[in-house]
Design a protein around this ligand. Structure first.
Ligand code: ADP
Ligand code: MG
Length: 212
């Protein structure tokens, strides 16, 4: 079976060119299964093993939802760890290179608040962070989510394992209800279904089995 090309997607010509420059020619299986619906604005629960290209799947969706002329946080990606948040930030920046001046800010625990507060004062389009620290900023008023259009829960199974459910719930309640929510996970424990039922609107579930 031939893997579908990114050219079949309704992405801007600049993004198509950038994907080519990055050597992203064919979609991975989870990208092919999730991106067409994600680009139509649907909520998605996507399950696929590590290394299957889940980051680009949600990054392309959130970038497509961005209005760069509006300098407000429009996308929030929650990740379980600082290391993963840094990787996601790097991938979004790589994919966003062709777009004009998209500012991505990383907000993780274990990093002094002061620098993050200063960075946030200058504004951002996209925030990537861990649930606890993102919640700290919401409580302080240094982060506002009223312009948010895309909420991503990355590695949702790990976030639940680490006890982040209450923090995720608090953050999700502060997002506008008409946002798009994308949930990515390597496994599908029962807690994920509960999380989805609470925070997602008629999500489409897509699963890619491990390939041999
Ligand atoms: P996951 O989140 O599923 O563990 P990643 O998003 O980290 O996987 O992707 C794994 C690797 O695959 C990364 O190095 C990424 O740059 C690369 N990658 C993702 N999508 C594609 C694609 N369509 N073509 C080529 N490489 C890709
Ligand atoms: Mg990942």
């Amino acid at each position: 079976m031939t893997a579908p090309s990114f050219a079949t997607l309704a992405l801007s010509p600049q993004m198509q060119a950038n994907l080519q420059r990055l050597g992203y020619l064919e979609m991975t299986a989870i990208q092919a299964a999730s991106l067409p619906a994600a680009l139509l604005g649907k909520d998605i629960i996507a399950q696929a093993k590590t290394g299957s290209g889940k980051t680009a799947a949600f990054a392309l969706a959130l970038l497509a939802n961005l209005n760069t002329r509006r300098f407000a946080v429009q996308s929030l990606v929650l990740c379980p760890t600082r290391e993963l948040a840094d990787q996601v930030t790097a991938e979004i920046r790589r994919l966003a290179r062709a777009e004009d001046n998209i500012k991505v800010v990383t907000l993780c625990g274990g990093v002094p608040l002061r620098g993050q507060l200063a960075t946030l004062e200058h504004g951002a389009h996209v925030v990537v962070g861990t649930p606890g620290r993102v919640m700290d900023h919401l409580e302080r008023g240094s982060l506002r989510l009223d312009a948010l259009n895309t909420l991503v829960l990355d590695e949702a199974d790990r976030m639940l394992d680490m006890g982040f459910l209450d923090d995720i719930a608090t953050v999700a309640r502060q997002c506008p209800p008409e946002r798009q929510t994308l949930l990515f996970s390597a496994t599908y424990p029962e807690g994920i279904a509960k999380l989805a039922a609470q925070f997602m609107r008629s999500p489409l579930a897509v699963k890619v089995e491990a390939q041999h």
